[in-house]
Design a protein around this ligand. Structure first.
Ligand SMILES: NC(=O)c1ccc[n+]([C@@H]2O[C@H](COP(=O)([O-])OP(=O)(O)OC[C@H]3O[C@@H](n4cnc5c(N)ncnc54)[C@H](OP(=O)(O)O)[C@@H]3O)[C@@H](O)[C@H]2O)c1
Length: 340
């Protein structure tokens, strides 16, 4: 028996990946709807070997639909997600709107799938920020062994994390650099992104950090353990897809680098590629289209008593968004909906 699934934001980067992943993983779909704004009415999107015509979210009735995977940004989500949830459809949302609501579970299935039962309070489940999702997949198995005290993370985040306009800006600016008179001024980003890096993602907060950095702190606490201290510096880099993170972890107990490597090798959702030679690590272009979170450069941090450094790379549109949302839908189906 299949389910009626709506993909909301089906013309966007994340929405298109959601349709791909639902098809790839043969999610039990009886009926599928691709929804976006009125601008995209009739736009064709792929679902496996089928083509779907996009419908207008504003006029869509969610009554009788089982699951809605939302990827449309907080403003529109605020209007449409409660409507969908009120009509009995379980919303799995990619925006940041509901992530910090104590009544709404925030889930990375490899880490806290059991939190799924909290969905029924509001009929909504939140998907974390892309940079958090891949990091907590790596942190959880290490935390279970040696209890993490503190994490220092620097991110190298691709432009697809901002949306489709940002992908166009990097492409056009890069081409424009080579053609006199066709230079492209920054528009999505506050500074040039081509051949540059920008130490600023999302809005600035009073303490001088950015909201993206705050999200990594708050979400790691909610998903893994509130006692873990996190400090983050989030940086946008001229990469189309794939986020990278340099992570320094301080533990309560000593953890040897070889044991950390073995633990990560066995952990769900992780692929360890860690040869201490040129090219013996994963870079973002190599992770595009994959499900795994790749871990490389695992090594002791000898400047502290119990420290490990590692490099973490994942496809932000997949584990950071669409894949994680579909995995949540799989948990929902297996543990809840199929038992009704
Ligand atoms: N990209 C990532 O790595 C990532 C990771 C985690 C979470 N997210 C979140 O996922 C969401 C989507 O991101 P994205 O990268 O896919 O953005 P995107 O490529 O810019 O696509 C946005 C999608 O939202 C739709 N949309 C916007 N306003 C709408 C409205 N008022 N009514 C109906 N549909 C509307 C757009 O439809 P039209 O084409 O019709 O305009 C489009 O399908 C955002 O909340 C983002 O924060 C993204």
């Amino acid at each position: 028996m299949g389910y009626k699934v709506a993909v909301v934001g089906a013309t966007g980067n994340v929405g298109r990946e959601m349709l791909n992943i639902l098809a790839e993983r043969q999610f039990p779909v009886d009926k599928i709807a691709a929804l976006a704004s009125r601008r995209s009415l009739g736009t064709e999107v792929s679902f496996g070997d089928k083509t779907l015509k996009t419908q207008d979210l504003e006029n869509f009735d969610f009554t009788g639909w089982d699951i809605a995977l939302f990827a449309i940004g907080s403003d529109a989500t605020k209007i449409y997600a409660p409507k969908a949830a009120a009509s009995g459809c379980v919303v799995i949302d990619n925006s940041s709107l509901y992530r910090y609501d104590p009544q709404i579970p925030l889930i990375v299935p490899e880490v806290n799938a059991d939190a799924i039962m909290g969905y029924s309070k509001k009929n909504i489940i939140a998907n974390p920020n892309c940079s958090t999702a891949q990091m907590v997949v790596a942190l959880k198995p290490l935390h279970d062994r040696a209890k993490i005290k503190r994490v220092v993370v620097s991110t190298y985040q691709s432009v697809s994390g901002t949306g489709k306009d940002a992908i166009d800006e990097l492409w056009d600016q890069t081409k424009g650099m080579y053609v006199p008179g066709q230079e492209v001024a920054p528009s999505v980003y506050p500074k040039q992104i081509a051949f540059n890096v920008i130490p600023h993602i999302d809005v600035f907060l009073d303490d001088g950090s950015t909201k993206e950095e705050w999200k990594m702190v708050a979400e790691t606490k909610k998903i893994v353990d509130p006692s873990i201290k996190v400090t983050a510096t989030c940086v946008r880099v001229p990469v189309f897809v794939g986020h990278s993170e340099a992570i320094n972890i301080e533990f309560e107990e000593f953890l040897d680098e070889d044991e950390a490597r073995d633990i990560l090798r066995e952990a769900p959702g992780i692929m360890v590629v860690d040869k201490r030679e040129p090219g013996g690590y994963i870079t973002p272009v190599e992770c595009v289209g994959d499900y795994a979170t790749y871990i490389s450069r695992i090594r002791q941090d000898s400047t502290i008593e119990n420290g490990i450094n590692l490099w973490c790379v994942s496809d932000n549109l997949r584990k950071g968004a669409a894949l994680n949302a579909v995995q949540i839908a799989e948990v929902l189906v297996n543990r809840v909906l199929s038992k009704r």
